[in-house]
Design a protein around this ligand. Sequence first.
Ligand SMILES: [Zn+2]
Length: 258
Amino acid sequence: MTWLKLTKQALYLMKGGSAQYIDKVDLTAISDKESKLHIPLKWFQVSDSDAPSGLVVAFESASEPEKLEIPSDGFDAAGVLNRVISTRDWGARGPRTQFGMTTPRYIVIHHTFSLTASGNQSESAAKTLARNIQNFHMDNNGWSDSGHNFLNTTGGFTLEGRHGTLGNIKNGLCVRSAHAPGANDSPGIENEGDFRTAAMGATQWNSLVDLCAAICKSCSIDPNNIKGHRDFVATECPGDWLYGQLPKLRNEVRNNLG
Ligand SMILES: [Zn+2]
């Protein structure tokens, strides 16, 4: 997302786009002469047919509408990471050990396959799912904590996985994890769902793009290094459909970062 400074007299029109987007245009006066227009950049990058195709800003004193250039260098990585629900906020169990810090090289994409919130897209369902996955990893797999670093739910909520992930990612680092042998120095993102054949919804897809872009920016990871679990070990994860979307994911992350 980004901020554009406009005069207080500016009027704006979305070109296309349904109310779900237009309602989120946020024009805030910051002085008698200026207002800020809040525009999530991803509106113009999603394939959703409801998304607006552009923005026209008209000034009351001008005879012709003025075309607005959408800047592409303002990706708010800190804002995305600050929206990640921390282990404390979803009520995680304490880890059995402390995890060493790593310098991440990749982002590894997974799907949760059978562990889901059964279509419940609420924030409380997202937190319950995070607890269920942690219990599975600790009690069934015998691991010290959640194996992954992030969970991205169908409702578009992002949650910290392994303890220490979020603070380290904000500092360009990660913690040693347990999601992909050969890439456990790098953050793994579990995406709620079974993506062998099913497609991901737009809300979850957009939060995945934002999260990947934020990690790439914070940790200086090239979007080309967004990989699937199966790139490291013999597994169907993250499912044929999602694996087939990785080129698109890399492109959208690159676009987000400008
Ligand atoms: Zn996996």
